[in-house]
Design a protein around this ligand. Structure first.
Ligand SMILES: [Zn+2]
Length: 410
């Protein structure tokens, strides 16, 4: 299945290529070095999952399942539903995964439960809500800005309500899969918050499946790919040249939407559901196939000459992304610098970056690898300035590294 994409990130490339320090550990697990995942918890499966409990749950039992507020429910499959109904001020979250993957991720998740999601580029709470959800001609509902949202502001931070292993709906066809999904949603304090979301997947056999296939984003948690539902952010419509982008924080299990440019009152807020580096034709195909609409955004309705230029840039962005890891692994750092500098020019020209910190970070690290201290310091300073202004809760390690490099004598 195709999921909404979060913004392209260099994190995996950096850590897999070995030019980023260990704090990017989560990404390393995606490099294919981890091999088969030991499924420690599967033997616990039978003990944990008999039948779902209804009605009153006594406090002692609940303590045994901590950090979950419900007994994990497995429907006789290798996947189980884990619910914490107290997460995010009582919004609750259900996570569907194997006991093995849960045992690997539970440390990160417990921290998220202890640390409520907050945007560090926090909007002033005295300001009115940044947008309202209302009817938009031809698109159903959409998010319309109610005030000016300055570039770089994380104007909404939305905790996950449901997360499921990315292959869940393919692997667990039929009744068992639907039971897992239905249980995950039923155990939330307000299931309607999820079930009332739009659905555009015509082959869905339940409302829950339709909502998940239509609205979920691809995210990574504990090195595993998940589809994740953020009820608030899922109301934001697609544009190929959007005015906002999303970033997921495993530390808080929340997705933030960040303004790519200043958004004016009355403007519709948009994010891109399409894969990074895709052309007009590829995007139209994916949007129609996965979300059932033909895109009529400003870029898609622009004159053909403009579209051709955009396609050329985006194709090149995809090529650079795909080639970067190979260049770094082959220690062809000078070529990698050229490619990363070209990427900066392309994302700026395409208007796709809210800020450039991760590009500057890559360039600082590549120059370090090349032994060019002056250039490394220059890019680290740019990264620091950007992160201090726009950074999120997961950027602290990078910021510390960049400050360290920026403080060296070039
Ligand atoms: Zn479009």
């Amino acid at each position: 299945m195709n999921l909404r994409r979060t913004t392209f990130s260099y994190a995996v490339i950096l850590s897999c290529g070995g030019i980023s320090p260990s704090h990017a550990g989560a990404a390393i697990e995606q490099c294919g070095q981890g091999g088969a995942i030991p499924v420690l918890g599967d033997s616990l499966n039978a003990a944990l999952c008999s039948q779902p409990l209804g009605g009153q749950v006594d406090a002692q039992k609940q303590a045994e399942w901590a950090p979950w507020t419900h007994r994990p429910y497995c429907a006789g499959t290798k996947y189980c539903v884990y619910t914490n109904a107290m997460f995010a001020d009582g919004g609750g979250v259900s996570i569907i995964t194997t006991p093995g993957n849960m045992s690997r991720a539970v440390g990160v998740i417990e921290k998220a439960f202890a640390e409520p999601p907050v945007a560090t580029a926090a909007p002033d709470t005295a300001l009115p809500p940044p947008y309202v959800v209302q009817d938009v001609p031809g698109k159903g509902k959409g998010a319309i800005a109610t005030r000016r949202i300055p570039r770089g502001e994380a104007f909404v931070t939305d905790p996950a309500a449901v997360m499921g292993a990315v292959d869940l709906l393919e692997r667990v066809a039929g009744t068992a899969g639907h039971l897992l999904l239905a249980t995950a949603i039923d155990q939330l304090p307000d299931p309607q918050r999820v079930l009332a979301l739009a659905g555009s997947y015509s082959a869905a056999t339940s409302v829950a499946e339709n909502v998940m296939r239509t609205n979920t984003f691809a995210v990574s948690l504990g090195g595993e790919p998940y589809m994740a539902l953020f009820p608030e952010i899922s109301r934001i419509n697609h544009a190929c040249k959007p005015n906002a982008h999303t970033r997921f924080s495993p530390r808080t299990l929340a997705m933030s939407a960040v303004a790519i440019r200043d958004i004016e009152p009355g403007e519709e807020i948009s994010i891109s559901y399409a894969e990074f580096g895709t052309t007009y034709g590829q995007r139209q195909h994916a949007l129609l196939h996965n979300w059932g609409f033909r895109c009529t955004c400003a870029l898609c309705t622009a004159p053909e000459s403009e579209l051709l230029v955009s396609d050329r840039r985006r194709r090149r962005m995809g090529q650079i992304r795909d080639g970067m890891l190979g260049l770094i692994e082959a220690r062809r750092f000078a070529e990698a610098v050229e490619a990363a500098e070209e990427m900066v020019r392309l994302v700026v020209a395409e208007g796709l970056a809210s800020h450039l910190a991760e590009h500057y970070e890559v360039l600082a690290r590549l120059h370090m690898a090349l032994g060019d201290g002056a250039q490394a310091v220059r890019y680290a300073r740019l990264a620091v300035a950007d992160l201090e202004r726009f950074g999120g809760p997961d950027d602290e390690g990078t910021l510390a590294d960049m400050r360290e490099i920026a403080g060296r004598k070039g």
